[in-house]
Design a protein around this ligand. Structure first.
Ligand code: FUB
Length: 364
């Protein structure tokens, strides 16, 4: 890893707490957890020397691997399209246990090495199958349309090599790949506003698709998407389907229902045979969940399981580690700025009735 401007900027910003220095062996260690007694936050950042967000966590080869976005100060204006999130590469992090030392494995993939790439590397996810690790990532193509790409490696930390083209038929953002007990993998994805989902309502891209179409306020909300993955994990196998979320009366959640409708940041985990579809409500800043009997749904809305974090965006992953469940998430504790985030982790509890216990990321 090189000592980049972003690294140095990050180091300067957190000089009082960061203990990390760039090393020549392509790895460096993130700062150890700062347990300041007066902190209002439930948890402290896992990484303090660079800005990280949108953490997708997995257990690979007995270690916890985290695949986050790498936030930078790109000097872009802040707007509803998310132009201020102008990320250029990914780092992969790992640790041997929750609370253990966090290792930064350096740059795993750069936008300059993605042949079809334009701008904005947003929230990624990773998967493993048959000896290969797959990194899935949203990126605007050269026409400024978000697509989902895939890159492969033999090592969970990368470096990853991007496929020459995005996944055929893919669009929008925030891929999350779930592999069921039968070995079949599914990609959940999508995001409205800057994630462009509203531009794909009829399967074709319409740059004028509006996020503020008030005529649709009483219509079913736009849904996340789900597609089965091909055996080689490089393509979709079959049609892209809607992730339908119903209320407890069997009615679809409506566009105007900003507290409950899907916005972005999909994730799937399976608990006691049920499929838990979890997501961000975006402009109302909740993490919400809906439960179904099949990977394709439909899913029945259950409630929120995380209150708003500090910062506009909220994005998570849920993973089982040694019999306990954890949520990886982010906030803006270090910078106080929307687009410069830091990843965190905390335990997640499934109650006896299958509901998820509410987490408040800010101490009362
Ligand atoms: O990091 C850029 C975008 O912000 C992600 O893709 C969204 O989920 C939100 O966290």
């Amino acid at each position: 890893m090189k000592c980049t401007t972003a690294n140095l900027l990050g180091l300067m910003l957190v000089a009082s707490v960061a203990t990390t220095a760039c090393r020549q062996n392509n790895k460096h260690t993130a700062a150890t957890t700062d347990t300041t007694k007066t902190s209002k936050f439930l948890n402290e950042p896992l990484v303090k020397d660079i800005f990280t967000a949108d953490p997708s966590a997995h257990v690979f080869e007995g270690r916890i691997y985290i695949y986050p976005s790498h936030d930078i100060e790109a000097g872009r204006p802040e707007n509803d399209d998310g132009d201020h999130f102008d990320m250029r590469d990914y780092h992969v992090f790992s640790m041997d246990s929750i609370g253990g030392k966090v290792i930064d494995h350096g740059v795993a993939l750069s936008v300059k090495d993605i042949p079809w790439g334009g701008r904005q590397l947003w929230a990624p996810d990773a998967a493993y199958k048959n000896g290969t690790y797959y990194l899935y990532f949203p990126l605007k193509d050269k026409d400024d349309v978000f697509r989902i790409g895939v890159a492969t490696a033999k090592n969970p930390a990368g470096p990853f090599k991007a496929e020459p083209k995005p996944i055929e038929g893919s669009f929008s953002i925030d891929p999350a790949v779930f592999t069921d007990d039968d070995g079949i993998s599914y990609m959940y994805y999508g995001g409205i506003w800057g994630g462009q989902l509203q531009r794909w309502e009829n399967g074709k891209y319409n740059a004028n698709g509006s996020k503020t179409d008030h005529l649709k306020e009483n219509s079913p909300a736009l849904t996340a998407k789900v597609a089965k993955m091909s055996k080689d994990m490089l393509q979709f196998d079959g049609p892209v389907k809607d992730v339908v979320i119903l209320d407890k009366n069997g009615q679809p959640i409506l566009t105007k229902d900003h507290d409950r409708r899907f916005f972005e940041g999909a994730w799937m985990h399976k608990y006691h045979g049920k499929y838990y579809f979890t997501y961000s409500t975006g402009d109302t800043h909740f993490l919400a969940y809906a439960i179904g009997d099949r990977p394709y749904g439909p899913f029945v809305y259950q409630g929120t399981f995380m209150n708003p974090v500090q910062g506009w965006t909220t994005h998570h992953s849920i993973v089982e580690i040694k019999g306990k469940w954890y949520i990886f998430y982010h906030d803006t504790q270090i910078s106080g700025k929307t687009h410069l985030r830091n990843i965190k982790v905390t335990e997640l509890t499934h109650n006896a009735d299958g509901s998820i216990a509410l987490i408040d990321p800010i101490k009362s």
